[in-house]
Design a protein around this ligand. Structure first.
Ligand SMILES: Nc1ncnc2c1ncn2[C@@H]1O[C@H](COP(=O)(O)OP(=O)(O)OP(=O)(O)O)[C@@H](O)[C@H]1O
Ligand SMILES: [Mg+2]
Length: 231
């Protein structure tokens, strides 16, 4: 697997007329396989909107998103669902775990949805829980987990189906810095090891600096911030 992403002229306007909000305005960027990109920028600058469009969760107003050369904008119905399910792992700002399931079951649910081999899925879930420092909480219900633990389960769940695009919105918001760094480093290892692509939105510059590149979003527009911070 060797993933490239090309975004061009990507825009999203919410609402119409007087109440229109141009959340993303003519964004363009491209990535290389194995790249882990951080996106920083003020609240309301369009970061989540852009990530949701790349993940196929939100329809752009205009522009193009190509994943391995395939145009995503304009995909509908089954093709769009397939793209989201097979290619994308999304960790949302508000991670929505299933409250009546344990940490481990929250991961396994993804494999069930995909009809994966459950023996392999259990091994994968346990490996991810280990990497994320959750082995001791594996059988705790989602409601019994701390905010940081829930966030880590959400990351594990996003990685379960081995997605090519790993899209993460504020992974470290409720993690202390040592734990946050460890989580981001597991994400980076996952992306690098398999030539995937990782995009992480964060407010935390210490986390952003772990990425290959930092892009900065301002008023819906994206600019390069620093080059080659870490490798
Ligand atoms: N569903 C929506 N309907 C209308 N406006 C929206 C909607 N979602 C977001 N917006 C607006 O679009 C702009 C960009 O929002 P977005 O959530 O992408 O910002 P963000 O950079 O992720 O912010 P934060 O750092 O606070 O998460 C904001 O002005 C926001 O109010
Ligand atoms: Mg956001």
């Amino acid at each position: 697997m060797s993933v490239t992403l090309e975004v061009s002229n990507l825009s999203k306007t919410y609402g119409e007329g007087d109440r229109a909000v141009a959340a993303v305005r003519g964004v363009r960027f491209a990535t290389e396989p194995g790249e882990f990109v951080a996106i920083v920028g003020p609240s309301g600058s369009g970061k989540t909107t852009m990530l949701a469009m790349i993940g196929g969760l939100l329809t752009p107003t205009s522009g193009s998103i190509r994943v391995n050369g395939q145009e995503i904008v304009g995909l509908r119905g089954k093709a769009l669902a397939e793209y989201r399910r097979r290619k994308v792992g999304f960790v949302f700002q508000a991670n929505n775990l299933l409250p009546f399931l344990t940490a481990r079951e929250n991961l396994l649910v993804m494999a069930r949805i995909n009809g994966s081999d459950m023996r392999a899925a259990r091994a994968r879930a346990d490996q991810l829980l280990e990497e994320l420092g959750l082995t001791h909480r594996r059988d705790a219900l989602a409601t019994e987990l701390s905010g940081g633990e829930r966030q880590r389960v959400a990351i594990g769940r996003a990685l379960m189906n081995d997605p090519e695009l790993v899209l993460v919105d504020e992974p470290t918001a409720s993690l202390d810095s040592a734990r946050g760094r460890q989580v981001v480093q597991s994400l980076i290892a996952e992306v690098k090891g398999r030539d995937k692509l990782g995009i992480m939105v964060t407010h935390d510059m210490a986390m952003a600096e772990l990425a290959d590149r930092i892009l900065e979003m301002h008023d819906g527009q994206l600019t390069e911030r620093l080059a080659g911070v870490a490798g």
